[in-house]
Design a protein around this ligand. Sequence first.
Ligand code: SIN
Length: 339
Amino acid sequence: MNPSAPHSNSYSRHVVMLATGGTIAGSALAVNHPQPGVYKAAQLSVQQLLVQSGIERHLIFQQWRAQGYVLEAEQVAQVDSKDMTQAIWLALAHSVQHHLQRPEVAGVVITHGTDTLEETAVFLQQVLAPAKPVVLTAAMRPSDDLWADGPQNLLDALVVASSDLRGVLAVMNGCVYAGAEVRKWHPWVVDAFGAVPAGPMARVHQGQLSVYRACTDAGVLALGLALLPPPEQPWPWVEVLASYAACSARALQCLVDTGVQGVVLSATGNGTLHECLEQTVGEYLAQGRLHLNQVLVATRCAMGGVVGQPSHGFPTAGNLTPAQARVVLMLNLMQCGDS
Ligand code: SIN
């Protein structure tokens, strides 16, 4: 929000905030538990969240308004993001698309829980590949915490949603991450997010955006909303299976026997698998019980992606987390008509 650098399209001055719940809309008072740190996510409506955050009284927000920006707010869902559903994803994707098509809308902010933010980011990026900024933001502390981080994240997200950046982005703790790279890698610190392979692509400080590099998703085509099945139809059944010490292939066998449509293997190190999993997947592929497009290997390491091709030869998910790889595999299978 640099007053000397107004948005390139002076007509595009609305930013739409779509609320889905999460800790950013969470409350400790609502639980009234004697133990510190206990709270309930997704308690405040979007209007209550705006009032509680106090951002409208902040100088940066007032300067933003003085540039002609208007904030719209809409409640899309009210959920702890561990309970995210396909129905909410569908509603969110349609709502984002609807608002982005309005010429006066510069960008969209989505308030979300931190726990599955990385999955929603990949989902929206793949389906919409937006040409305007779509900014996910969240908080690690509930709205009524003395040191709540939500208000700053909200303000920073507004800055990014009013900028010339494109695509799905995530804003947390002053950092701007590309949607396909972001991941939550710590369960409770405020600085809980990172991005693989190269960290934040930009930062926000006191309303000023510093961009370090282009978004890696630039130029990737949108799969489109038409790909997504209607609400009553299930999405492809894709499970995540982990490889670990003293592993067995029994869970994999059960899944394939009961008709699983895709398997993400949460692999050790640079995409390696316990020999029992590697052997069983290889046998199923040879027997035609699984096809290569139903298997995706992602690393279970928190801070890196799979580089190169592991010797097993199964497809790999690069920098995606296993949970993100599952989203991608579901969308791939929808493209093949396997939903
Ligand atoms: C959630 O993901 O909705 C709860 C946790 C959080 O937002 O930090």
